[in-house]
Write a protein that binds this ligand. Structure first.
Ligand code: HBI
Ligand code: FE
Length: 290
């Protein structure tokens, strides 16, 4: 007799990281009614602060779509965003209780369903949080799903992830996700811009990624990315720069299986040093307070 899932009352939310209300595909309901006034206010403060950083630093495609998240004074309703998103690129967002296993994650992306965490960081976590919360997922990831080419890339990534799963190549794909979807930069005629969600949603890293002399900014190359480890709780020592989302999509179009076979067993490459012949993009001139 299957155990009935635990249900919580309208006002109380399961503790962070509990998956009792998740369905088999790890999705759950958002339960928008459970958010407290403090949570709405925290989200509004995060958004107001981060959106100030967008002009001159976030890529044009992000700027063009960030308003589609809806009202800025409260946590948006996922189904309201999905209505607009379906019309734009056939994507929708689905609620999840937090990080979900790779296979479930890739399966959702392959179906054009982006998993968005339901819980929001606490006020004391305002400046930094390791795990993705609803602000990181909505503000960092969702606006670019309105861009047709990036939307195609994300679905291709999901499909690639399902294939990689069988080939024990998840570590390679996690690096591709990390250095593009989470921490990617794009080169434009006006200088470098950010498209990676982890940078867009970070109060300090967006300026660092674009203007600090410390990190290296390497031309995006699938082999280099797949062999370069990353750090999850520091600013990055390396960022990878694409010329366009078309280039990103084209790079992931071919079947990666031969690439995995070629790289298998090769030692990781340094994320804090350049290889012979590599060049680093110069940082942007310090961003005049936009
Ligand atoms: N789960 N909810 C959620 N969000 C993510 O960004 C996420 C995940 N599970 C796995 C994962 N990301 C990474 O391992 C990706 O590289 C696949
Ligand atoms: Fe993310």
């Amino acid at each position: 007799m299957p155990v009935a899932p635990v249900t919580y009352g309208a006002s109380e939310r399961p503790p962070r990281g509990s998956y009792e209300e998740a369905r088999d595909d790890y999705t759950c309901d958002q339960h928008w009614e459970r958010y407290t006034p403090l949570e709405h206010a925290t989200y509004a403060r995060l958004l107001a602060r981060q959106i100030k950083q967008a002009p001159g630093q976030a890529c044009d495609e992000f700027i063009a779509s960030v308003d589609k998240l809806g009202p800025s004074d409260r946590i948006p309703r996922f189904d309201a965003i999905s209505t607009a998103l379906r019309q734009a690129t056939g994507w929708e967002i689905v609620a999840v209780p937090g990080l979900i296993p790779e296979h479930a994650f890739f399966s959702l992306l392959a179906e054009r369903r982006f998993p968005v965490t339901t819980w929001l960081r606490l006020p004391e976590e305002f400046d930094y949080i390791v795990e993705p919360d609803v602000f990181h997922d909505l503000y960092g990831h969702v606006p670019l799903l309105f861009d047709p080419v990036f939307a195609d890339y994300m679905q291709a990534f999901g499909r690639g992830g399902l294939k990689a799963h069988g080939l024990q190549a998840l570590e390679y794909l996690a690096r591709l996700y990390w250095y593009t979807v989470e921490f990617g930069l794009v080169s434009t005629p006006h200088g470098l811009r950010v498209y990676g969600a982890g940078v867009l949603s970070s109060v300090g890293e967006i300026q660092y990624a674009l203007t600090s002399p410390k990190p290296q900014r390497l031309a995006f190359d699938p082999k280099r990315v797949l062999l370069t480890p990353y750090k999850i709780d520091h600013y990055q020592s390396s960022y990878f720069v694409v010329d366009s989302f078309d280039q990103l999509f084209a790079a992931t179009a071919p079947d990666f299986a031969p690439l995995y076979a070629e790289l298998n067993g090769q030692a990781p490459l340094p994320n804090d040093a350049m290889l012979g012949g590599e060049r680093s993009y110069p940082p942007n001139i310090s961003n005049p307070k936009a």
